[in-house]
Write a new protein. Structure first.
Length: 285
């Protein structure tokens, strides 16, 4: 069992009012994992709103690659304080430069019209599937000490992809995935932390969904991928200690960009969040 705990990543240090600092994890990517910045920025925004408000959406842009060896400072601006809705703008800073912006909106819980249009098909239960990280380790065995250390930072989220060999092969298939996800370690009973954990997890296996429509493997050395923007809408309170299905699809790619959308469902089929992301995808010959 990994000793790396997602709660530690999301617990920010308070520097002063509206200014917070978070540690960084090196997941072996060229830059800081985008999910880390999403989760930490949301936690920073939460620290400036009333306790009876909850995040219903955020929209963000990744401006510069982050340095995984350094912490990140989050500067929160109070944009609007309304009767029902409040808005915060979060700026992530490293080495004196802004690497990321998020605008998050919060609201009071209110009654209103309610419906759900969208369901998940019958899928294999999580207990019948292998962890993605275990399959990766088997494929690259024996692991170098450096890779073993890197994989520890992937363990805080339990991830089990349905039909994983089809999803991560080079054969052309429909750009769609069904991924079981949950927090490996127990998250505190606060909605803020469960939403931040989902935001963190939402960046896993997301943009690469678009690759399934093309005859290229996700680890092809010619491939260059980076997130441009990322948005999440939270529909209902959620418990990310429990298994959720992340249904991802890519409706478009072109002009060195790809668009992906996702929906998080509980195991019983209730939708709790919707995600969207556009990213750069380039092939360097």
């Amino acid at each position: 069992m990994s000793n790396v705990n997602l709660q530690e990543l999301l617990d920010l240090e308070v520097l002063e009012e509206g200014l917070y600092r978070g540690i960084s994890w090196d997941l072996g990517f060229p830059a800081v994992f985008g999910g880390q910045v999403l989760g930490q920025a949301l936690v920073a925004a939460y620290k400036t709103v009333d306790k009876d408000q909850y995040a219903h959406s955020f929209h963000s842009y990744f401006l510069l690659p982050g340095d995984a060896s350094k912490p990140i400072v989050y500067d929160v601006e109070v944009v609007r304080e309304g009767r029902s809705f409040s808005t915060r703008r979060v700026k992530a800073i490293q080495h004196g430069k802004t690497i990321f912006y998020m605008t998050a909106s919060f609201q009071l819980e209110q009654p209103g019209l309610s419906h759900q249009y969208g369901n998940i098909p019958r899928l294999p239960v999580p207990d019948s599937l292998d962890y993605d990280i275990d399959l990766f380790a088997q494929k690259h065995s024996p692991l170098s000490p450096e890779l073993s250390k890197t994989l520890e930072y992937h363990k805080p989220i339990d991830i089990k992809t349905v039909n994983i060999k089809e999803c991560f092969g080079a054969a052309v298939v429909e750009p769609e995935r069904f991924i079981w996800m949950r927090s490996r370690h127990a998250i505190r009973d606060e909605l803020i932390m469960h939403q931040a954990a989902l935001a963190y997890a939402s960046d896993y296996h997301f943009l690469s969904t678009a690759l399934q429509a093309h005859p290229i493997h996700s680890q092809d050395p010619r491939l260059r991928m980076a997130t441009i923007d990322h948005a999440v809408w939270f529909h209902k309170p959620l418990d990310f200690n429990q298994w959720h299905i992340y249904h991802t699809q890519s409706p478009f790619s072109g002009n060195s960009r790809a668009l992906v959308k996702g929906q998080f469902f509980t195991a019983s089929g209730e939708i709790v969040a919707t995600t969207m992301q556009e990213g750069m995808i380039r092939i360097k010959e």
